[in-house]
Every structure is written in C-alpha cells, then in structure tokens.
Design a binder for this molecule. Sequence first.
Ligand code: FES
Ligand code: FES
Length: 162
Amino acid sequence: MLAEPGQRVKIKVKVNGVEYEEEVEPRKLLVDFLRENLNLTGTKIGCDTTTCGACTVLVNGKSVKSCTMLAVQANNKEVVTIEGLSTDSRLSVVQQAFKDNFALQCGFCTAGMIVQAHYILKEKKPLSEEEVRDLIHGNICRCTGYQNIVNAIMDASRRMGA
Ligand code: FES
Ligand code: FES
C-alpha cells in the first residue's frame, strides 16, 4: 500500500533497552529517526552513498548502516547505538581499548567503528590483523588513523579473552 504524502506510521522500536512508540513518515531513515526523534546523536551521518559506516548500529544483533534502512523497517526490532554500549557510565571494553590505544583523531568515525568492533568481537574468536582490517572495511576513517584503530580492536579482543 502506498503512503499518502505527509502520512505517518506508528512504529514500536526498542533502542538501547528502552521501548519507544513513535509516528514517523515512511520515508524517514533509521539514522534520522535515532538522531532527530530520539536525540541519540552519537550515531553520525558521514556520506550519502552508504560507504562510510559512520551511521553503524546493531539491529537485532546485526551490524547495519542505519542510513540504508528506513525507520519503519526497524518496527518491532531491537536497536543498539553507541550510547547503549556503556553501562552505568562505564566504558565498554572496546570503548576503553579505543581510548587507551589513541584510536581516534577527530572522532567522527569513532561511534560507527566501535559499534562495528563490538559486532566483529561478539563471538570472542581470535582475529588476525588482516581479518580485523577486512571486517572494518565498510567503515571509513577520513583521518586515516587505521593502525591505532586496528590495534585497539586487537587489544579489546585480547581483553575479552579471545
Ligand atoms: S552515513 Fe551511513 S554509510 Fe555513511
Ligand atoms: S578519527 Fe576522524 S574520521 Fe576517523
């Protein structure tokens, strides 16, 4: 069924453990929903071509570029953003490893990188440097700080007991 211009659709989404019910235009992107409706501005928009990964979030545990998904497609799903990775204001292991390894410069790519790192480390399997580089190939760091980012992810992997 086609939506009328200006028509809004009710969606129910759990974001970082909190249930939200919101009305959105069917064309609204998930990234815009997170930033504008929920004020979760940690998720960034770094391109309009689905290439940079600054908008990466987890949807039902899978890594997704939230600029490529409509908010209505997240209906009845569970989303985790960068804001949902720390607990009681304590950094996650990955966040701490990024801090300790100086794995950011301007920080614009960092939220997406960290969410992607959580995704690739969730199985706690040991990863080679080459595998880490391959698994973050969808996330661009325009400051070209890749070496420290890779170091941080490998460090986090060790800290997680992989
Ligand atoms: S903003 Fe989503 S991939 Fe660049
Ligand atoms: S730290 Fe600047 S874009 Fe990655």
